[in-house]
Design a protein around this ligand. Structure first.
Ligand SMILES: *Cc1c(COP(=O)(O)O)cnc(C)c1O
Length: 393
C-alpha cells in the first residue's frame, strides 16, 4: 500500500553543507550563522529587524514581555490555535481573552473583536494577538484600525505564515512580518521552513528589537556571545532578568539553506492546494478551504471540512479510515477553550465559541508539503474521494 506521511521536511545537500560548516567551525551555538539568518530573514519579509530565537513559543513570550505585558493585562486572541499562543500570554500572568473566528477563513473575527472592545467588558486590554491560521493572513485591514482605536499593540502569531502576504490599504502587498508591532515565526519541523526547532521575531521598532536581543540571552548585553572570541571581553552586565531563548548556529545554518527555497516551497504548496481544491470542489460532502482575494496564502495547512449531513460517519472515523489507507492526517486545531487548563485557569466552557467548535468538529488537515510527489498528491485525492463515496448517506 502507498503511504503518504502527514509531513516530511524538505532537506537537501545545502542544509547538510551549511550544518557541516558550523560543526567544523569550532563555534556551534549562537554566533555568525544566527546573525546572518536574522539579516536574511529580515530582508526576506521586508522588516527592519529580526531576532532569531529557540522557538515561536519563546518568540511570543519575548514579544509580549518586551511590550511590558504583565499580571492582570488582557491579550485578545483566537481559541482556534495551538496552545503555545495562549501559553505565552499565561507565562506573563496575563489573561488570554478568546474571540470567536470567521466561519470561512477560521481566523479571528474582526467584527467580534470590535464588539468585545466596544462592550467595555474588558478591564485592561493591552495587546491584540491574531494568528494567521493555516498561512492565510487575518483581515488586518480591519484589525489594525480597531487596535489603534483602542490603543492595543499588535503581536502576530505567524507560526503558519512564513512567506504569507496581504494587500494592506495604502501600502499595497506586504509580507506578514511587517504589519503589527511584532511578528513571531516558527521553524518547527513541520512548518513552512524549518530549522528543526527555531523561531524569529520581526519588527520595525529598534527599541523593542534591542530589548528582545538582550532578553533572549539571560539579559546579557548585545553580542555577549563574542565574549569567548579573541576580540571579546569576559565582562558583561546584567541589568534585568532575561530568558534562555537564543537560537544556535547549528539550527540557524539549516534556516539559511531553507530560506533560499522559501518561495519555491510556497509555489509547490499553492499548487497542491489548487489540485486538492479542484479534486474536492465538486464533492458536496466536502468543504474546501478558500483564499481571500487580498492575500497570498502560505498554505501551511490544507484544512478540509466534512459536511456531516451528507456522511454516515463523523470526522474521527473519517480520519481513522484515511490513516488505515496510508494517508497521514491531522486535526487543526483543538479549540483552546475545550482544554482543561484554560477552563480551570480562566473559566472557559464548551459552547463559548461555537464557530471554533463547529470547525473543530468537522475539520481535518491533509498532507501538503513540497516533498510530496505527484503520485502522493493523487493518492491522497483518490483515498479521500473513495472514503467519501463509501460513506455517503
Ligand atoms: C507551531 C505553532 C506555535 C509554536 O511554535 P514553536 O516554534 O514550536 O514554539 C505557535 N503558534 C502556532 C499557531 C503554531 O502552529
Amino acid at each position: 500500500m502507498h503511504q503518504v506521511p502527514f509531513h516530511r521536511p524538505c532537506l537537501g545537500i545545502d542544509e547538510e553543507r551549511e550544518v557541516l560548516e558550523v560543526l567544523r567551525s569550532g563555534w556551534i551555538t549562537t554566533g555568525p550563522k544566527a546573525k546572518r539568518f536574522e539579516q536574511e530573514f529580515a530582508a526576506y519579509v521586508g522588516a527592519r529587524r529580526a531576532v532569531a530565537v529557540a522557538h515561536c513559543t519563546g518568540a511570543l513570550h519575548l514579544a509580549l514581555w518586551a511590550l511590558g505585558v504583565g499580571a492582570g493585562d488582557e491579550v485578545i486572541t483566537t481559541p482556534f490555535t495551538f496552545t503555545a499562543t495562549a501559553e505565552a500570554i499565561a507565562y506573563l500572568g496575563a489573561r488570554p481573552v478568546f474571540v470567536d473566528i470567521e466561519p470561512e477563513s477560521l481566523n479571528l473575527d474582526p467584527a467580534k473583536v470590535e464588539q468585545l472592545l466596544q462592550s467595555g467588558r474588558l478591564k485592561r486590554p493591552r495587546v491584540l494577538l491574531p494568528v494567521h491560521f493555516a498561512g492565510q493572513a487575518c483581515d488586518m485591514n480591519r484589525l489594525l484600525p480597531t487596535a489603534e482605536c483602542y490603543k492595543l499593540k499588535v503581536v502576530e502569531d505567524a507560526a503558519h505564515a512564513a512567506g504569507s502576504a496581504i494587500r494592506l490599504g495604502h501600502r499595497g502587498m506586504v509580507k506578514v512580518g511587517t504589519i503589527g508591532n511584532l511578528t513571531c515565526f516558527s521553524f518547527y519541523a513541520t512548518k513552512n521552513i524549518t530549522t528543526a526547532e527555531g523561531g524569529m521575531v520581526t519588527t520595525d521598532d529598534d527599541v523593542l528589537a534591542d530589548r528582545i536581543v538582550v532578553a533572549s540571552l539571560h539579559g546579557m548585553n548585545r553580542d555577549a556571545w563574542k565574549r569567548y572570541d579573541a576580540t571579546g571581553s569576559w565582562y558583561y552586565e546584567i541589568d534585568d532578568l532575561g530568558f534562555k531563548y537564543n537560537l544556535s548556529d547549528v539550527h540557524a545554518a539549516i534556516g539559511l539553506a531553507q530560506l533560499k527555497r522559501v518561495d519555491e516551497f510556497q509555489r509547490r504548496r499553492a499548487q497542491i492546494a489548487c489540485t486538492y481544491n479542484e479534486a474536492f470542489g465538486a464533492q458536496a460532502a466536502l468543504q474546501t478551504p478558500t483564499a481571500r482575494a487580498d492575500v497570498a496564502h502560505a498554505w501551511h495547512l490544507y484544512v478540509l471540512r466534512l459536511r456531516g449531513e451528507r456522511l454516515r460517519i463523523g470526522r474521527d472515523a473519517f480520519v481513522e479510515l484515511l490513516r488505515r489507507r496510508g494517508v497521514g492526517v491531522s486535526v487543526h486545531c483543538i479549540p483552546l477553550h475545550l482544554m482543561r487548563v484554560y477552563q480551570v485557569k480562566y473559566g472557559y466552557r464548551p459552547g463559548d465559541f461555537p464557530l471554533a467548535e463547529d470547525a473543530y468538529s468537522r475539520c481535518l488537515s491533509l498532507p501538503i508539503y513540497p516533498a510530496m510527489s505527484e503520485r502522493d498528491v493523487d493518492y491522497v485525492i483518490d483515498t479521500v474521494l473513495a472514503t467519501v463515496r463509501d460513506n455517503l448517506r
